[in-house]
Design a protein around this ligand. Structure first.
Ligand code: G1P
Length: 294
């Protein structure tokens, strides 16, 4: 039986080595690279908080302790800023430590996304939970996580966020197929991790937002290394789908791959354009450089 419980906890796997972004990530966790002036992981934490979830389980590894510091209170700095009359900045700093409650667990060796999620088992217990991958930023008026919780509550089945991708990008994603049940919902019947273009069941790619029932932990425990020799979350999800059903959800919003160099630049521009303190200057600048180049 699937538990009819509320989604109260989120997992952020953050143990990856960030090799796609070297040399920037040699000493700095990729999760702390800023989008304008906010680290990507803070944007993810804010999405979680806006969806009404207060507890985040951070799966970390060696060299990632700066992430915990980022969400911790920094009293000395706050007091210094207050003494200097920089009240607004002090307040922003305070807010950072109040976004969510962070519990961290270390993944002993990088054995893949499935293994990272399994590390959260003892803290999650017997409840459904959200997984958010830090590279995937989704900018939307209703947080993507909230949209997915609504879908979970409606169907009482695990949910994965999907988006259509061009054929040449299929092999970079988990790909799903199934039967359309509403404008944005698909009852899934197949999931494959990074198939070749010609073997893909569709062009619907998994984006890094999942709601999973706790049965996933037992399935993950039984999952053998798959693609790239890693314990793949998609492989365990495929078994969960066959046992309990799984909904694919075409979310509303714009997704940026902040783990890719070009995607990171796009995210910076998109988020900067939402900032009244920066947007007008940025638009002027972009107009100027475009006209200089044409
Ligand atoms: C992971 C998942 C993949 C998913 C992707 C989304 O892959 O394994 O199924 O489509 O995230 O970003 P990764 O990009 O970590 O290799």
């Amino acid at each position: 039986m699937i538990s009819k419980q509320l989604v109260k906890k989120a997992v952020i796997p953050a143990a990856g080595l960030g090799t796609r972004f070297l040399p920037a990530t040699k000493a700095v966790p990729k999760e702390l690279l800023p989008i304008v002036d906010v680290p990507t992981i803070q944007i993810i934490a804010e999405e979680i908080a806006r969806a009404g979830i207060e507890t985040v389980i951070l799966i970390t590894g060696r060299g990632k302790s700066a992430i915990e510091d980022h969400f911790d209170v920094h009293l000395d700095l706050e007091n210094k800023l207050l003494r200097e009359g920089k009240t607004e900045l002090a307040q922003r700093l305070q807010e950072t430590s109040n976004i969510v409650q962070i519990v961290s667990v270390r993944q002993q060796s990088p054995r893949g996304l499935g293994d990272a999620v399994l590390c959260a088992r003892d803290i999650i217990g017997d409840e459904p939970f959200v997984v958010l991958l830090g590279d995937d930023l989704v900018d939307s008026s209703v947080p993507c996580t909230k949209q997915m919780i609504d879908v979970y509550n409606k169907h009482q089945k695990s949910v994965v966020a999907l988006m259509e991708v061009p054929p040449d990008e299929i092999s970079k994603f988990g790909i799903c197929g199934g039967k359309t049940i509403s404008e944005r919902e698909i009852e899934l019947d197949i999931m494959v991790e990074k198939p070749a273009e010609q073997d893909a069941p569709s062009n619907l790619a998994i984006v890094g937002r999942y709601i999973l029932t706790p049965r996933i932990f037992e399935l993950l425990e039984q999952t053998q290394p798959g693609k790239a020799g890693e314990i793949q979350l998609t492989d365990a999800m495929s078994r969960l789908m066959k046992e309990q059903g799984f909904i694919g959800y075409k979310f509303q919003g714009n997704r940026y791959d902040a783990g890719d160099r070009f995607g990171y630049l796009q995210a910076n521009i998109a988020y900067a354009l939402k900032r009244p303190d920066i947007a007008p200057k940025l638009i002027d600048y972009m107009r100027r450089i475009v006209s200089e180049r044409s």
